[in-house]
Design a protein around this ligand. Structure first.
Ligand code: MG
Length: 394
C-alpha cells in the first residue's frame, strides 16, 4: 500500500490524482489533502471518499466552513484533523508514514512543503514545476542529502525520466523537450497583439488550470520547463532543445551520445504521468489512461520554436542555468503578471515586457539559501504589482 499526501487536491492535477487513487483502492491510501478556499465543497466530497488523517485549508475561517460542510454530509469529524495556513500545508506534507507527496499546487506555494517533505526522505511526485524553477539550487542538493526521490509529473519531464531508465546524464547528448506551441503557434506577431483572454485560454490539446494555460500561450511554460529540466537532469541549457510538436503525442525524448533517440509516447492525458509517478518504479496496469492509436493520428509533425514571437521562451532560456535568485524572480513576476492578464488589467503581448522590467530591476544573489529565495520572491511580487497595478492573492 502506497501512502500519499496531495497538496492542491481540488485543482486539475489534484482531481486526476484522486481519480487514479479511487481506481486503485487496494494500492493507494490518501493520508493528507490540502486545497484552496475556492472549492471547499469539492474538498468535502474528497474527504468523505478518502478519509484522510489530516486536511489543510488556507485560513481559520475556512476550517470552520469545511467542518460545517462535513457535518452536513454526516462525516465523522474525529477521523480527520483539519488544520490551516502555511503550517497546515507543511503538516499535510510531513504526516507520519508518508511514502509520496504529490505537489499539485500551482506556483511558489509548493516550495516550503516540498522542502520539509524532502527533509524526511519522502518521495516527491513533482507536478509543481515552480518549486524547481524558483528553488532548484536548494531543492536538488537537499534531495540528494536526504535520499529523497523526485519523480516528475510534468509530462515532458516524465517522458525524459522514463526514457533515461537504465542510463545516466553522461549518456545524454541532448534532450528534446516537446511543446504543442499553444493556441498562438500559427498566429503572426501582429495578430497576437489583438489576442483576448478567451483566445489565450484555448489550449489545443491539454486540459489544464488557467495559469498554466496562459503560460502555454506565452510559451513561458516551456521556458520554465527548460529550467525544470536543467535541475532535474543536471543538464546545461545548450543540451536542452525545444521541439514544437502540435499533436502532443511524443511527450519528449532523449538523444544519446551514440545517436540513438529514445522517447515516450502516449495520449495527451495527465493521468498517464501521474499514474507513472505514483507507482514508480513499478509499471502497474491502468484502466483509466486511454490507449494511443497511432493509425488514427496518422501524422506527427515537428517544428523549430520561434524565439522572436515567443519572447518569454527566450527570456527563460537565457537565464535557465544561473544558480541565483533570478529564476525565482522570473517565476514570481510571471505569476503576478499572468494573474493581471487574467483580470484584464494588461494586454497579452505586454506580458514579456513587464517580466523584463522586473528582471532588470533585480539585484541577483548567487548560490541563494531558501531565505534568499523567499525574499527574492516577495520582492519580485511587489515589483510586479507596482508595474501592473493589481494586488494578487497568494
Ligand atoms: Mg509540461
Amino acid at each position: 500500500m502506497k501512502k500519499i499526501s496531495l497538496i492542491g487536491s481540488t485543482g486539475s492535477i489534484g482531481k486526476q490524482t484522486l481519480d487514479i487513487a479511487s481506481a486503485h483502492p487496494e494500492e493507494i491510501s490518501v493520508l493528507g489533502l490540502a486545497a484552496g478556499a475556492r472549492s471547499l465543497d469539492d474538498l468535502a466530497e474528497q474527504i468523505v471518499e478518502f478519509k484522510p488523517l489530516v486536511v489543510s485549508v488556507p485560513t481559520e475561517d475556512d476550517t470552520v466552513s469545511l467542518k460545517d460542510r462535513l457535518a452536513q454530509r454526516g462525516y465523522n469529524l474525529a477521523k480527520t484533523r483539519i488544520v490551516c495556513g502555511d503550517a497546515g500545508l507543511v503538516e499535510v506534507a510531513t504526516v507520519d508514514g508518508l511514502d509520496t507527496l504529490v505537489t499539485g499546487v500551482v506556483g511558489f506555494l509548493g516550495v516550503r512543503p516540498t522542502y520539509e517533505a524532502i527533509k524526511k526522505g519522502t518521495t516527491i511526485a513533482l507536478a509543481n514545476k515552480e518549486t524547481l524553477v524558483a528553488a532548484g539550487s536548494v531543492i536538488m542538493p537537499l534531495a540528494k542529502k536526504h535520499n529523497a526521490r523526485i519523480v516528475p509529473v510534468d509530462s515532458e519531464h516524465s517522458a525524459i525520466f522514463q526514457s533515461l531508465s537504465g542510463f545516466t546524464t553522461r549518456d545524454i547528448e541532448s534532450i528534446w523537450l516537446t511543446g504543442s506551441g499553444g493556441p498562438f503557434r500559427t498566429w503572426s506577431i501582429d495578430e497576437i497583439k489583438n489576442a483576448t483572454r478567451g483566445d489565450a485560454l484555448k489550449h489545443p490539446n491539454w486540459s489544464m488550470g488557467q495559469k498554466i494555460t496562459i503560460d502555454s500561450a506565452t510559451m513561458m511554460n516551456k521556458g520554465l520547463e527548460i529550467i525544470e529540466a536543467h535541475w532535474l537532469f543536471d543538464l546545461p541549457a545548450e543540451k536542452i532543445e525545444v521541439l514544437i510538436h502540435p499533436q502532443s503525442i511524443l511527450h519528449s525524448a532523449v538523444q544519446f551520445v551514440d545517436g540513438s533517440v529514445i522517447g515516450q509516447l502516449g495520449v495527451p492525458d495527465m493521468r498517464l504521468p501521474i499514474h507513472y509517478a505514483l507507482f514508480h518504479p513499478e509499471r502497474v496496469p491502468s484502466g483509466r489512461v486511454p490507449r494511443l492509436d497511432l493509425t488514427e493520428i496518422a501524422k506527427l509533425t515537428f517544428e523549430k520554436p520561434d524565439y522572436e514571437k515567443f519572447r518569454c521562451l527566450k527570456i527563460a532560456k537565457e537565464i535557465a542555468c544561473e544558480s541565483s535568485t533570478v529564476a525565482c524572480v522570473l517565476n514570481a513576476a510571471n505569476e503576478v503578471i499572468v494573474e493581471a492578464f487574467l483580470n484584464d488589467a494588461i494586454k497579452f503581448h505586454t506580458i514579456p515586457d513587464h517580466i523584463i522590467r522586473v528582471l532588470e530591476r533585480h539585484k541577483a544573489t548567487s548560490n541563494p539559501t531558501l531565505d534568499d529565495i523567499l525574499e527574492a520572491d516577495r520582492w519580485a511580487r511587489q515589483e510586479a504589482v507596482s508595474l501592473v497595478g493589481t494586488p494578487v492573492s497568494q
